[in-house]
Design a binder for this molecule. Sequence first.
Ligand code: FMN
Ligand code: SF4
Length: 367
Amino acid sequence: MAVGGAAFPTGIKWNTVLGCESEQKYIVCNADEGDSGTYSDRMIMEGDPFVLIEGMTIAAIAVGATQGYIYLRSEYPHALVTLNSAIEAANQAGYLGDNVLGSGKAFHLEVRRAAGAYVCGEETSMLESLEGKRGLVRFKPPLPAIEGLFGKPTVVNNVISLASVPVILDKGAAYYANYGMGRSRGTLPIQLAGNIKHGGLVELAFGITLRELLYDFGGGSATGRPIRAVQVGGPLGAFLPESQFDTPLDYEEFTKIWAVLGHGGIVAFDDTVDMAKMARYAFEFCAIESCGKCTPCRIGSTRGAEVIDKIIAGTDTVKNIKLVRDLSDTMLNGSLCALGGMTPYPVLSAMNHFPEDFEMKKAKAAA
Ligand SMILES: Cc1cc2nc3c(=O)[nH]c(=O)nc-3n(C[C@H](O)[C@H](O)[C@H](O)COP(=O)(O)O)c2cc1C
Ligand code: SF4
Protein backbone atom coordinates (compact mmCIF):
# COMPACT_ATOMS: atom_id res chain seq x y z
CA MET A 1 0.00 0.00 0.00
CA ALA A 2 1.33 3.39 -0.97
CA VAL A 3 -1.44 5.89 -1.21
CA GLY A 4 -0.45 9.13 0.49
CA GLY A 5 1.61 10.93 -2.09
CA ALA A 6 5.25 10.00 -2.24
CA ALA A 7 4.32 6.42 -3.22
CA PHE A 8 6.77 4.81 -0.82
CA PRO A 9 5.44 1.44 0.39
CA THR A 10 3.99 1.81 3.88
CA GLY A 11 4.82 -1.78 4.84
CA ILE A 12 8.57 -1.19 4.42
CA LYS A 13 8.40 1.89 6.69
CA TRP A 14 6.47 0.06 9.37
CA ASN A 15 8.85 -2.90 9.24
CA THR A 16 11.84 -0.60 9.64
CA VAL A 17 10.34 1.04 12.72
CA LEU A 18 9.34 -2.38 14.11
CA GLY A 19 12.91 -3.59 13.69
CA CYS A 20 14.40 -0.65 15.64
CA GLU A 21 15.22 -1.17 19.32
CA SER A 22 13.99 1.90 21.22
CA GLU A 23 12.23 2.71 24.47
CA GLN A 24 10.11 5.27 22.57
CA LYS A 25 8.61 5.17 19.07
CA TYR A 26 6.16 7.52 17.40
CA ILE A 27 3.40 7.49 14.81
CA VAL A 28 3.06 10.81 13.02
CA CYS A 29 0.19 11.49 10.67
CA ASN A 30 0.99 14.04 8.01
CA ALA A 31 -2.22 16.04 7.69
CA ASP A 32 -0.62 19.21 6.37
CA GLU A 33 -2.34 18.75 3.00
CA GLY A 34 -0.70 21.62 1.17
CA ASP A 35 -1.14 20.55 -2.46
CA SER A 36 -3.21 22.81 -4.67
CA GLY A 37 -6.76 21.59 -5.20
CA THR A 38 -6.61 18.84 -2.58
CA TYR A 39 -8.88 18.28 0.39
CA SER A 40 -9.35 14.50 0.70
CA ASP A 41 -7.46 14.43 4.03
CA ARG A 42 -9.77 17.12 5.37
CA MET A 43 -12.85 15.22 4.18
CA ILE A 44 -11.69 12.09 6.01
CA MET A 45 -10.80 13.93 9.21
CA GLU A 46 -14.03 15.91 9.31
CA GLY A 47 -16.25 13.08 8.05
CA ASP A 48 -14.79 9.98 9.71
CA PRO A 49 -12.10 10.89 12.26
CA PHE A 50 -12.35 7.45 13.89
CA VAL A 51 -11.04 5.67 10.80
CA LEU A 52 -7.85 7.71 11.09
CA ILE A 53 -7.60 7.13 14.86
CA GLU A 54 -8.08 3.40 14.25
CA GLY A 55 -5.45 3.34 11.49
CA MET A 56 -2.93 5.16 13.70
CA THR A 57 -3.67 2.83 16.61
CA ILE A 58 -3.13 -0.24 14.43
CA ALA A 59 0.15 1.28 13.21
CA ALA A 60 1.19 1.92 16.81
CA ILE A 61 0.43 -1.60 17.99
CA ALA A 62 2.14 -3.03 14.89
CA VAL A 63 5.44 -1.21 15.39
CA GLY A 64 5.45 -0.77 19.17
CA ALA A 65 4.80 2.98 19.32
CA THR A 66 3.02 4.53 22.29
CA GLN A 67 2.61 8.14 21.20
CA GLY A 68 1.05 9.60 18.08
CA TYR A 69 0.66 13.08 16.63
CA ILE A 70 -1.55 14.39 13.87
CA TYR A 71 0.21 17.34 12.23
CA LEU A 72 -2.86 19.22 11.06
CA ARG A 73 -2.91 21.96 8.44
CA SER A 74 -3.42 25.24 10.29
CA GLU A 75 -6.30 26.31 8.02
CA TYR A 76 -8.46 23.34 9.06
CA PRO A 77 -10.40 24.64 12.10
CA HIS A 78 -13.32 22.24 11.71
CA ALA A 79 -11.04 19.21 11.41
CA LEU A 80 -9.26 20.39 14.57
CA VAL A 81 -12.49 20.43 16.58
CA THR A 82 -13.73 17.14 15.11
CA LEU A 83 -10.45 15.32 15.70
CA ASN A 84 -10.09 16.56 19.24
CA SER A 85 -13.59 15.49 20.22
CA ALA A 86 -13.13 12.10 18.50
CA ILE A 87 -9.83 11.57 20.35
CA GLU A 88 -11.55 12.44 23.64
CA ALA A 89 -14.37 9.98 22.90
CA ALA A 90 -11.85 7.28 21.94
CA ASN A 91 -9.96 7.86 25.19
CA GLN A 92 -13.16 7.58 27.22
CA ALA A 93 -14.19 4.39 25.41
CA GLY A 94 -10.77 2.81 26.00
CA TYR A 95 -9.79 2.77 22.32
CA LEU A 96 -6.88 5.06 23.19
CA GLY A 97 -4.91 5.56 26.41
CA ASP A 98 -2.77 3.42 28.69
CA ASN A 99 -4.51 0.15 27.93
CA VAL A 100 -5.96 0.06 24.41
CA LEU A 101 -9.05 -2.19 24.57
CA GLY A 102 -7.55 -4.14 27.48
CA SER A 103 -4.55 -5.21 25.35
CA GLY A 104 -2.04 -4.00 27.89
CA LYS A 105 -0.61 -1.74 25.17
CA ALA A 106 -0.65 2.05 25.40
CA PHE A 107 -1.30 4.54 22.64
CA HIS A 108 -1.78 8.26 23.24
CA LEU A 109 -2.78 10.58 20.45
CA GLU A 110 -2.66 14.37 20.12
CA VAL A 111 -3.32 16.93 17.40
CA ARG A 112 -0.70 19.59 16.66
CA ARG A 113 -1.54 22.62 14.52
CA ALA A 114 0.88 22.98 11.61
CA ALA A 115 3.05 26.02 11.03
CA GLY A 116 1.30 27.11 7.82
CA ALA A 117 4.17 26.55 5.37
CA TYR A 118 4.02 24.23 2.36
CA VAL A 119 7.49 22.87 3.08
CA CYS A 120 6.38 21.75 6.55
CA GLY A 121 4.50 18.96 4.76
CA GLU A 122 7.87 17.48 3.80
CA GLU A 123 8.32 14.80 6.42
CA THR A 124 11.61 15.87 7.99
CA SER A 125 10.61 19.54 8.00
CA MET A 126 7.36 18.45 9.67
CA LEU A 127 9.32 16.61 12.37
CA GLU A 128 11.39 19.75 13.04
CA SER A 129 8.18 21.76 13.27
CA LEU A 130 6.62 19.19 15.62
CA GLU A 131 9.68 19.53 17.82
CA GLY A 132 8.96 23.26 18.04
CA LYS A 133 11.68 24.36 15.63
CA ARG A 134 11.70 26.15 12.31
CA GLY A 135 10.62 23.84 9.48
CA LEU A 136 14.04 23.25 7.95
CA VAL A 137 14.40 20.08 5.91
CA ARG A 138 16.77 17.51 7.41
CA PHE A 139 19.44 15.56 5.59
CA LYS A 140 18.57 11.91 4.93
CA PRO A 141 19.93 9.51 6.14
CA PRO A 142 19.08 9.00 8.91
CA LEU A 143 15.57 8.09 7.77
CA PRO A 144 12.71 9.15 10.05
CA ALA A 145 11.88 5.46 10.48
CA ILE A 146 15.22 5.09 12.26
CA GLU A 147 15.80 8.57 13.75
CA GLY A 148 12.62 10.59 13.46
CA LEU A 149 10.74 12.66 15.99
CA PHE A 150 13.05 13.63 18.88
CA GLY A 151 15.58 11.25 17.32
CA LYS A 152 13.34 8.20 17.87
CA PRO A 153 12.03 5.68 15.31
CA THR A 154 8.97 7.25 13.70
CA VAL A 155 6.34 6.15 11.23
CA VAL A 156 5.32 9.10 9.05
CA ASN A 157 2.25 8.47 6.96
CA ASN A 158 -0.33 10.56 5.22
CA VAL A 159 -3.98 10.61 6.37
CA ILE A 160 -5.13 8.53 3.42
CA SER A 161 -2.50 5.85 4.01
CA LEU A 162 -3.44 5.50 7.67
CA ALA A 163 -7.19 5.68 7.01
CA SER A 164 -6.84 2.82 4.50
CA VAL A 165 -5.46 0.46 7.14
CA PRO A 166 -8.71 -0.49 8.98
CA VAL A 167 -10.46 -1.67 5.83
CA ILE A 168 -7.45 -3.80 4.86
CA LEU A 169 -7.47 -5.49 8.28
CA ASP A 170 -11.24 -5.82 8.24
CA LYS A 171 -11.70 -7.21 4.73
CA GLY A 172 -8.26 -8.63 4.05
CA ALA A 173 -5.34 -7.69 1.84
CA ALA A 174 -6.82 -9.53 -1.15
CA TYR A 175 -9.98 -7.41 -1.00
CA TYR A 176 -7.96 -4.17 -1.09
CA ALA A 177 -5.50 -5.47 -3.69
CA ASN A 178 -8.42 -6.40 -5.90
CA TYR A 179 -8.79 -2.71 -6.70
CA GLY A 180 -6.29 -0.98 -8.95
CA MET A 181 -3.80 -2.01 -11.60
CA GLY A 182 -0.16 -3.07 -11.81
CA ARG A 183 1.67 -2.20 -8.61
CA SER A 184 -0.82 0.57 -7.76
CA ARG A 185 -3.33 -1.30 -5.64
CA GLY A 186 -6.42 -0.01 -3.87
CA THR A 187 -8.22 3.24 -4.41
CA LEU A 188 -7.27 6.90 -4.61
CA PRO A 189 -9.49 9.83 -3.65
CA ILE A 190 -9.17 12.02 -6.73
CA GLN A 191 -9.88 15.70 -6.39
CA LEU A 192 -10.98 17.61 -9.48
CA ALA A 193 -10.38 21.35 -9.33
CA GLY A 194 -9.56 24.40 -11.41
CA ASN A 195 -11.46 25.12 -14.60
CA ILE A 196 -13.81 22.14 -14.39
CA LYS A 197 -17.60 22.02 -14.56
CA HIS A 198 -18.15 19.57 -11.72
CA GLY A 199 -15.29 19.97 -9.28
CA GLY A 200 -15.23 17.54 -6.39
CA LEU A 201 -13.85 14.39 -4.91
CA VAL A 202 -14.31 10.91 -6.31
CA GLU A 203 -12.72 7.81 -4.81
CA LEU A 204 -11.84 5.33 -7.53
CA ALA A 205 -9.57 2.35 -8.13
CA PHE A 206 -6.23 3.16 -9.74
CA GLY A 207 -6.42 2.69 -13.49
CA ILE A 208 -9.08 5.20 -14.52
CA THR A 209 -7.85 7.57 -17.23
CA LEU A 210 -7.53 11.31 -16.96
CA ARG A 211 -9.96 11.73 -19.83
CA GLU A 212 -12.65 9.74 -18.05
CA LEU A 213 -12.10 11.82 -14.94
CA LEU A 214 -12.11 15.15 -16.72
CA TYR A 215 -15.12 14.49 -18.95
CA ASP A 216 -17.24 11.69 -17.42
CA PHE A 217 -16.89 12.92 -13.84
CA GLY A 218 -15.84 16.53 -14.31
CA GLY A 219 -18.12 17.32 -17.26
CA GLY A 220 -15.37 19.20 -19.12
CA SER A 221 -14.23 22.73 -18.40
CA ALA A 222 -16.40 25.20 -16.50
CA THR A 223 -15.98 27.72 -19.31
CA GLY A 224 -17.06 25.22 -21.97
CA ARG A 225 -13.74 25.70 -23.80
CA PRO A 226 -11.38 22.79 -24.56
CA ILE A 227 -9.23 21.62 -21.65
CA ARG A 228 -5.69 22.35 -22.76
CA ALA A 229 -3.66 21.21 -19.77
CA VAL A 230 -4.01 19.57 -16.39
CA GLN A 231 -1.62 19.69 -13.50
CA VAL A 232 -1.66 16.45 -11.53
CA GLY A 233 -0.10 15.97 -8.11
CA GLY A 234 -0.02 19.48 -6.67
CA PRO A 235 2.19 22.48 -7.38
CA LEU A 236 5.22 20.24 -8.03
CA GLY A 237 3.33 18.02 -10.48
CA ALA A 238 3.81 17.98 -14.24
CA PHE A 239 1.44 19.67 -16.69
CA LEU A 240 -0.09 17.15 -19.07
CA PRO A 241 -1.40 18.01 -22.53
CA GLU A 242 -4.52 16.60 -24.19
CA SER A 243 -2.45 13.92 -25.95
CA GLN A 244 -1.72 12.35 -22.54
CA PHE A 245 -5.28 12.39 -21.20
CA ASP A 246 -5.63 8.64 -21.92
CA THR A 247 -2.94 7.80 -19.38
CA PRO A 248 -4.37 5.64 -16.59
CA LEU A 249 -3.92 6.90 -13.04
CA ASP A 250 -1.21 4.51 -11.93
CA TYR A 251 2.16 5.27 -10.34
CA GLU A 252 4.17 3.39 -12.99
CA GLU A 253 2.22 4.75 -15.96
CA PHE A 254 2.70 8.28 -14.66
CA THR A 255 6.41 7.71 -14.12
CA LYS A 256 6.68 6.63 -17.76
CA ILE A 257 5.40 10.02 -18.93
CA TRP A 258 7.56 11.91 -16.39
CA ALA A 259 4.60 12.84 -14.20
CA VAL A 260 3.46 12.13 -10.65
CA LEU A 261 0.13 11.29 -9.05
CA GLY A 262 0.98 12.80 -5.68
CA HIS A 263 -2.05 13.32 -3.50
CA GLY A 264 -4.50 12.84 -6.37
CA GLY A 265 -5.14 16.53 -7.02
CA ILE A 266 -6.04 17.39 -10.62
CA VAL A 267 -6.25 21.02 -11.66
CA ALA A 268 -7.68 21.74 -15.14
CA PHE A 269 -6.91 24.70 -17.43
CA ASP A 270 -8.73 25.63 -20.62
CA ASP A 271 -7.14 26.87 -23.85
CA THR A 272 -6.74 30.42 -22.58
CA VAL A 273 -3.95 29.35 -20.22
CA ASP A 274 -0.48 30.78 -20.81
CA MET A 275 1.93 27.99 -19.97
CA ALA A 276 4.92 30.31 -19.73
CA LYS A 277 3.12 32.08 -16.89
CA MET A 278 2.39 28.72 -15.27
CA ALA A 279 6.08 27.79 -15.47
CA ARG A 280 6.98 31.14 -13.95
CA TYR A 281 4.48 30.53 -11.17
CA ALA A 282 6.13 27.18 -10.39
CA PHE A 283 9.47 28.92 -9.81
CA GLU A 284 7.81 31.69 -7.83
CA PHE A 285 5.99 29.17 -5.63
CA CYS A 286 9.28 27.40 -4.95
CA ALA A 287 10.99 30.70 -4.10
CA ILE A 288 8.24 31.62 -1.64
CA GLU A 289 8.05 28.20 0.01
CA SER A 290 11.75 27.25 -0.03
CA CYS A 291 13.13 26.48 3.42
CA GLY A 292 16.41 28.02 2.22
CA LYS A 293 18.69 25.17 3.23
CA CYS A 294 20.14 24.36 -0.18
CA THR A 295 21.34 26.62 -2.98
CA PRO A 296 19.70 25.08 -6.07
CA CYS A 297 16.26 25.65 -4.58
CA ARG A 298 16.86 28.89 -2.66
CA ILE A 299 18.67 30.74 -5.44
CA GLY A 300 17.59 28.67 -8.44
CA SER A 301 13.90 29.33 -7.96
CA THR A 302 14.35 33.11 -7.91
CA ARG A 303 16.72 33.06 -10.90
CA GLY A 304 14.30 30.77 -12.73
CA ALA A 305 11.42 33.21 -12.34
CA GLU A 306 13.67 36.04 -13.60
CA VAL A 307 14.73 34.10 -16.69
CA ILE A 308 11.13 33.17 -17.51
CA ASP A 309 10.26 36.85 -17.24
CA LYS A 310 12.80 37.47 -20.00
CA ILE A 311 11.28 34.70 -22.11
CA ILE A 312 7.83 36.20 -21.59
CA ALA A 313 9.22 39.58 -22.68
CA GLY A 314 10.65 37.89 -25.81
CA THR A 315 14.28 38.65 -24.85
CA ASP A 316 16.92 36.20 -26.16
CA THR A 317 14.30 33.48 -26.15
CA VAL A 318 16.43 30.58 -27.42
CA LYS A 319 19.29 31.36 -25.04
CA ASN A 320 16.99 31.82 -22.07
CA ILE A 321 15.02 28.63 -22.75
CA LYS A 322 18.34 26.76 -22.67
CA LEU A 323 19.23 28.55 -19.43
CA VAL A 324 15.97 27.43 -17.81
CA ARG A 325 16.68 23.85 -18.90
CA ASP A 326 20.20 23.99 -17.42
CA LEU A 327 18.88 25.46 -14.21
CA SER A 328 16.14 22.85 -14.00
CA ASP A 329 18.75 20.14 -14.41
CA THR A 330 20.70 21.56 -11.46
CA MET A 331 17.57 21.78 -9.33
CA LEU A 332 16.48 18.25 -10.25
CA ASN A 333 19.81 16.72 -9.35
CA GLY A 334 21.13 19.04 -6.67
CA SER A 335 18.20 19.83 -4.36
CA LEU A 336 18.00 18.35 -0.93
CA CYS A 337 14.27 17.67 -1.00
CA ALA A 338 11.48 17.39 -3.52
CA LEU A 339 10.43 21.05 -3.24
CA GLY A 340 13.45 22.20 -5.22
CA GLY A 341 13.90 18.77 -6.80
CA MET A 342 10.46 18.65 -8.37
CA THR A 343 9.86 22.27 -9.31
CA PRO A 344 11.37 21.38 -12.73
CA TYR A 345 8.42 19.02 -13.30
CA PRO A 346 5.88 21.79 -13.93
CA VAL A 347 8.52 24.00 -15.57
CA LEU A 348 9.95 21.46 -18.03
CA SER A 349 6.62 19.76 -18.77
CA ALA A 350 5.19 23.17 -19.67
CA MET A 351 8.17 23.84 -21.95
CA ASN A 352 8.15 20.36 -23.50
CA HIS A 353 4.43 20.02 -24.14
CA PHE A 354 3.60 23.64 -24.91
CA PRO A 355 6.74 25.03 -26.60
CA GLU A 356 4.67 27.51 -28.60
CA ASP A 357 3.94 29.44 -25.38
CA PHE A 358 7.65 30.02 -24.85
CA GLU A 359 9.19 30.25 -28.31
CA MET A 360 6.61 32.50 -29.89
CA LYS A 361 6.56 35.24 -27.27
CA LYS A 362 8.28 37.88 -29.36
CA ALA A 363 6.22 37.12 -32.45
CA LYS A 364 3.02 37.21 -30.43
CA ALA A 365 4.01 40.49 -28.77
CA ALA A 366 4.70 42.03 -32.17
CA ALA A 367 1.44 40.77 -33.73
C1 FMN B 1 7.60 20.11 -0.16
C2 FMN B 1 6.83 18.89 0.25
C3 FMN B 1 5.56 18.99 0.80
C4 FMN B 1 4.87 17.87 1.19
N1 FMN B 1 3.61 18.02 1.72
C5 FMN B 1 2.94 16.93 2.14
C6 FMN B 1 1.65 17.06 2.72
O1 FMN B 1 1.11 18.17 2.84
N2 FMN B 1 1.02 15.94 3.14
C7 FMN B 1 1.61 14.68 3.01
O2 FMN B 1 1.03 13.69 3.43
N3 FMN B 1 2.81 14.53 2.44
C8 FMN B 1 3.49 15.61 2.02
N4 FMN B 1 4.73 15.44 1.48
C9 FMN B 1 5.30 14.07 1.40
C10 FMN B 1 5.91 13.69 2.76
O3 FMN B 1 7.26 14.13 2.77
C11 FMN B 1 5.88 12.19 3.01
O4 FMN B 1 6.43 11.55 1.91
C12 FMN B 1 4.50 11.64 3.26
O5 FMN B 1 3.89 12.29 4.35
C13 FMN B 1 4.59 10.16 3.55
O6 FMN B 1 3.31 9.60 3.69
P1 FMN B 1 2.82 8.36 2.83
O7 FMN B 1 3.98 7.43 2.67
O8 FMN B 1 1.74 7.79 3.64
O9 FMN B 1 2.40 8.94 1.51
C14 FMN B 1 5.45 16.57 1.05
C15 FMN B 1 6.73 16.46 0.48
C16 FMN B 1 7.40 17.60 0.06
C17 FMN B 1 8.76 17.44 -0.53
S1 SF4 C 1 15.06 21.82 -1.88
FE1 SF4 C 1 14.31 23.80 -1.06
S2 SF4 C 1 12.86 23.24 0.53
FE2 SF4 C 1 14.09 21.40 0.08
S3 SF4 C 1 15.82 21.50 1.53
FE3 SF4 C 1 16.51 22.55 -0.30
S4 SF4 C 1 16.01 24.73 0.12
FE4 SF4 C 1 14.83 23.52 1.56
